[in-house]
Ligand binder design. Structure first.
Ligand SMILES: O=C1CCCN[C@@H]1CCCn1cnc2cc(F)c(Cl)cc2c1=O
Ligand SMILES: [Mg+2]
Length: 515
């Protein structure tokens, strides 16, 4: 039948998998962790891309395209570099290595933490083995930075600001989820190099603001901007900023996008240096930043309901679907003509409108179908509407019905679409804010965690403490992990000693079936 067989509040994981398929966004593929992005999903990606691409062009960032393939020598360069320079502290890209581990375990742990376990390799061409295996990019630092080093000689070569729209491959083993965790996904990755730290710091925040706009202005999802803890940051960089979303149903935060300042770490590693005005050699200051198709999955999770997808008008390829409601033989042609005229009028005004004329489906079937696909506004035209020179409009977000005179159709529809966009954001923000719990004591912390809350807690930002919190909360509901230290710091509750930052904690529940 048409309806969903799982309820969002009861079986969130199954509901999600079903809604992305029934909404015709995703088709499952015969290779695990890989998904087909159908037009209904691709059009959302494209609408966001048009916005983001235009904005980075205003920042004089240029698009390029680097090869998909990475030679193993350069991919492992980072590992050698880090091992060489920092064996004692064992700080690698993804956290630290406990000192007590044996050398072999340490090596495995390093490979794991470098994500090198996730790397997919090309080892054959046809029947014959390749002399040297070639990796498929999991991210492009090691692909791009040797050429940054070649292109950057003097200060006039800076700033170098590149971006690429591409796919990356990470051969994940934990539970694959459409949009959220797949072995191949689409993203943009920005890679920039500056002469000074100040320029880099400034761009990190400019890009983060664009990510906030993607979420809040397009996807109608409230986020929190903040700085990652030392343990959660991109270990190869200097600091990481992120926009954090929240999924009330799972009680878990989800990282929406990241903007890293890499400091001069990669410049050291790849010898990206330049002669400044005074003829002195300096290392470049770099950033890297990305958002991916994961954004679409977050949007489905936050807004979807038991009738299917609910799309914010800004990102819906069809904002208004017009459905003819013929009644026996009463002026059927007149109804079809009115539908066509309505579509034309709306399209001329820049509204993305379509009509569903299929004569092998009933109006009722069409209502359910387009509700499943999440089209923000439906317009029904029957004999009565025709006679009264009006249309019946039905909102997808709150099912409100209203009759609109054809005289001010465009203005009314535009207002409704704007109102839908705004009320979807407001509803999501209200729900998210209701899940935030400020705590001052450890007991309050544990209680809030068990209630699947997002916790604002005073924080010392010491790595040992963070690991301890993770260990002490590991349990059937899943461990707590830090998400960010918000830039907007609420009043600090009176706490004893030490200078505290406020930190957002979200549960990283393993228990929860989905993420
Ligand atoms: O998040 C961004 C923004 C865009 C460019 N990249 C950075 C960092 C990516 C981290 N990361 C993430 N995943 C990885 C997986 C891997 F297999 C290897 Cl070898 C490395 C990594 C890795 O460095
Ligand atoms: Mg150079």
């Amino acid at each position: 039948g048409l309806g969903l067989s799982f309820k969002k509040e009861e079986n969130f994981g199954e509901w999600y998998s079903e809604v992305v398929v029934n909404g015709e966004m995703i088709e499952y593929y015969d290779i695990s962790g890989c998904y087909i992005l159908r037009p209904w999903a691709m059009s959302i990606w494209e609408i966001m891309q048009v916005f983001f691409d235009a904005e980075i062009k205003k920042m004089k960032i240029k698009n390029c395209y680097f090869p998909l393939f990475v030679s193993s020598s350069v991919l492992e360069k980072e590992k050698d570099h880090i091992e060489g320079f920092a064996p004692e502290i064992g700080v690698v890209w993804f956290g630290t290595i406990p000192h007590h581990k044996s050398a072999e375990k340490k090596k495995r742990s390093l490979l794991y933490q470098l994500g090198l376990f996730q790397v997919a390799w090309v080892t054959k061409s046809g029947k014959s083995d390749l002399e040297i295996p070639i990796a498929i990019r999991p991210t492009s630092e090691t692909v791009m930075y040797p050429y940054f080093s070649k292109w950057i000689r003097g200060h006039r070569d800076l700033p170098l600001k590149l971006n690429q729209w591409c796919n990356v491959v990470r051969w994940e083993f934990s539970n694959p989820t459409p949009f959220i965790r797949s072995r191949e996904f689409l993203w943009q990755e920005g890679h920039t190099a500056f002469a000074t730290k100040q320029e880099a710091d400034e761009e990190v925040l400019q890009i983060l603001e664009l990510y906030r706009r993607i979420y809040e202005e397009f996807l109608a999802i409230p986020i929190i901007k903040g700085k990652k803890s030392e343990m959660e940051k991109f270990a190869g960089g200097l600091y990481t900023t992120s926009v954090e979303a929240f999924i009330p149903n799972t009680g878990r935060g989800v990282q929406g996008a990241t903007s890293h300042c890499l400091g001069q770490n990669f410049a050291k590693m790849f010898e990206i240096n330049f002669e400044n005005e005074k003829g002195e050699k300096g290392l470049a200051w770099q950033n890297s930043w990305a958002y991916s198709t994961r954004t679409i999955g977050v949007m489905v999770m936050v807004h979807g309901d038991d009738k299917g997808l609910v799309l914010p008008p800004k990102v819906s390829s069809v904002q208004v679907i017009v459905v003819p409601v013929p009644f026996k033989d009463a002026n059927t042609q007149g109804i079809f003509d009115a539908c066509a005229a309505t579509v034309d009028t709306l399209c001329e005004a820049g509204i993305r409108a379509e009509a569903d004329y299929r004569d092998n489906y009933s109006p009722g079937w069409k209502y359910s179908h387009w509700e499943m696909k999440g089209v923000p506004l439906r317009i029904e035209i029957g004999p009565k509407d025709l006679a009264n020179n009006q249309v019946r409009a039905v909102r997808r977000d709150n099912a409100a019905k209203v009759d609109i005179s054809c005289d001010n159709l465009v203005e009314k529809v535009k207002d409704m679409l704007d109102d839908i966009q705004k009320s979807m954001f407001d509803a999501a923000k209200q729900k998210r804010d209701a899940c935030i719990q400020v705590v001052k004591t450890w007991d309050e912390f544990k209680e809030a965690l068990s209630q699947r809350k997002m916790i604002l807690a005073p924080w010392c930002d010491e790595e040992e403490v963070e690991k301890d919190v993770k260990d002490r909360t590991r349990g059937e509901m899943g461990a707590a992990k830090s998400l960010c230290s918000p830039f907007d710091q609420p009043e600090l509750p009176e706490v004893r000693n030490a200078v505290y930052h406020m930190l957002c904690f979200w549960k990283a529940g393993k228990k929860v079936d989905l993420l």
